[in-house]
Design a protein around this ligand. Structure first.
Ligand code: GLU
Length: 417
């Protein structure tokens, strides 16, 4: 069967429409939520090290701010497109709503390959992007954060640039900053930590403990690399890992410390002694208990979902499973903890970071992690209950919880009539 559409924006629209119909909401809800309220495309000139000027295309999409300032990461990747950023901003609205955070959704991105840029070029690109979108963002308006191929250093340059423009320090502008610039303890690990908490909650309900389970992790970035370590700490056996170069498999288990060191040295997980080389596609269909897609969209598709052998999929990435694959997994009895729940730990600790910035009072790692766990367990429970009560997919339940919250906010604000 051919997938109807792999366009993430169309996929996100379909998910929202389905939730609106199932909840029997006023037509205005879908009309408002089917696209971002504001979308900016910018051309960013950057002086390259060789003296030439290259112009990059960047985006910032603000989907909905009914419950609070818009929030969401910035992606630096060659495959970034306007529709991808639109979709990611929509998913942020519902991710924040599932967790009950006082944020709407946004996302930004620059179409570039950061691996080919020098540190100076990356800094100038980051600063010039902030210049280009500075009218749209601010601690009470729209708060960016890291995403694929962005990190605390990039956040620091951006906060610095914005603070210069505004002529005062504005640490609440971004989250995922270095600790010394108002970053939060636990933020770097938060996406993976939240994902592992939801995976453990799901596993327990399936009668499958994480301790002793076999796990495959696709992607070794901000989420995947930490997920490998945290899952291992819980006593699970990580049997396969991949990055953009390819994957490795070792049925006896991979040591996270040795893998981290190997990745640092060689810039890839490939070639780790004692492992067999596999493709990214092969990783997804390996025999294992838990599969953690932690890379990009559209990885589990109609073409491979039938061969997925995991009992549980915990989506650390955004949009890794296409709607067709979702249905196939559901029919096979594979439980999918959807992205807007499974990877919400990142934005949850971003919320904590923003709160700490507004208070200028900072929490310990223990406080952050404990509050994160409380938020994730509570959100998981609400989605699980609806999934059981209505006998629907976890993803459908998560969207219903989220869309209802946003619709309620829009209704009391008087946006629907
Ligand atoms: N980029 C992350 C996500 O997709 C984090 C967003 C944030 O912290 O604002 O959820």
């Amino acid at each position: 069967m051919v997938e109807t559409s792999l366009n993430p924006f169309r996929i996100a629209q379909g998910q929202v429409r389905q939730a609106c119909e199932a909840l029997d909401l006023e037509p205005a809800v879908y009309e408002i939520l089917k696209q971002p309220v504001r979308f900016l495309e910018v051309a960013i000139p950057v002086r390259m090290d060789d003296g030439s000027v290259r112009v990059f295309t960047g985006y910032r999409s603000q989907h909905n701010d009914a419950v609070g300032a818009t929030k969401g990461g910035l992606r630096f990747h060659p495959k970034v497109t306007a529709d991808e950023v639109r979709a990611l901003s929509m998913w942020m609205t519902f991710k924040c709503a599932v967790l009950g955070l006082p944020f709407g959704g946004a996302k930004g991105g620059i179409s570039c390959n950061p691996k080919e840029l020098s540190e100076g070029e990356l800094e100038r690109l980051s600063r010039n992007y902030i210049h280009a979108i500075s009218q749209l963002i601010g601690p009470e308006k729209d708060v960016p954060a890291p995403d694929v191929y962005t990190n605390p250093q990039i956040m620091a340059w951006m906060v610095d640039e914005f603070s210069r423009l505004r002529e005062h320090n504005s640490f609440g502008l971004m989250t995922g900053k270095p600790l010394i610039l108002g970053g939060s303890e636990g933020r770097g690990e938060a996406t993976a930590r939240g994902c592992v908490v939801t995976a453990a909650e799901a596993a327990r309900r399936l009668g499958l403990e994480l301790a002793g389970a076999t796990v495959a992790v696709q992607g070794y970035g901000n989420a995947g690399s930490v997920a490998v370590r945290l899952i291992h700490q819980r006593g699970a056996r990580v049997i396969a890992v991949s990055d953009s170069q390819g994957g490795i498999h070792r049925p006896e288990g991979i040591d996270p410390g040795i893998l981290e060191e190997h990745k640092r040295r060689t810039a890839s997980v490939r070639g780790l002694p004692g492992t067999r080389e596999i493709s990214n596609d092969e990783l997804l269909t390996l025999p294992c208990d838990v599969l953690v897609p932690a890379a990009l969209e559209n990885q589990i598709t109609g073409a491979n979902a039938g061969r997925v052998k995991a009992k549980l999929v915990a989506e650390a990435a955004n949009g890794p499973t296409t709607p067709e694959a979702d249905e196939i997994l559901h029919q096979k009895g594979v439980l999918v903890v959807p992205d807007i729940l499974a990877n919400a730990g990142g934005v949850t600790v971003s919320y904590f970071e923003w709160v700490q910035n507004l208070m200028s009072y900072y929490w310990t790692a223990e406080e952050v992690n404990q509050r994160l766990e409380q938020h994730m367990v509570k959100a998981f429970g609400a989605v699980w209950d609806l999934h059981r009560e209505k006998n629907i997919k976890m993803r459908d339940a998560a969207f219903r919880v989220a869309v209802r919250r946003v619709a309620d906010a829009m209704r009391v604000r008087g946006w629907l009539h």
